[in-house]
Design a protein around this ligand. Sequence first.
Ligand code: DX5
Ligand code: ZN
Length: 214
Amino acid sequence: MLIVSASILSADLCDLGRDMGRAKAAGADHIHFDVMDGVFVNNISYGIPVLESVRKNTDMFVDVHLMITDPIRYVDRFAKAGADNITFHVEAADDPDAVIEAIRRTGAKCGIALKPGTPAEAVYRYAGKVDMILVMTVEPGFGGQGFIGEMTDKIRLIRRYLDDNGIVCDIQVDGGINAKTSALVREAGANVLVAGSYLFGAPDMAEAVARMRS
Ligand code: DX5
Ligand code: ZN
């Protein structure tokens, strides 16, 4: 199933409730919530108190993307704050299996992410244990960057690995996704498309969502 996920990193954070309402009215399926710790990535975004407010304000599926070092420390608190899915970076965890188990124990869905420089093989052994693999299509840390074209090869490799092994798993992409790059990543095998600046910067968000789907 094709999912369009609106990254609120590009929303007006003083009017977050309004902007999440706009995303829902425009036809987006999920809210994408980026957590950055200033260590794993070179930026700091927002965390648990903001997620609690988001949770109170929307009935949409909230997808939390943890860009933090040693993510297992915070899994329970993000789940309690309202995450429907928690994605962590394979590069950030000493023991990815333990993080997956910790996320599973909370009842949330589970994703594993890889940075552009991390090879596809790094997540193969976790593929059967997670709901989603997030292929970063920019260096994590900032919205509004340009899509890295070579990532379509990585998406293809992962989709082929999943198919060859009979594994049902979503492939999410995040970074530089717009109408044009949506078509490229979908063709390569991605089915969960995150977009921030493209959606929140669009003159007509509903039209932008429709373009990502077409
Ligand atoms: C970047 C974040 C993204 C970001 C994407 O590290 O993970 O979710 O919001 O922004 P755009 O869609 O503007 O590239
Ligand atoms: Zn993200």
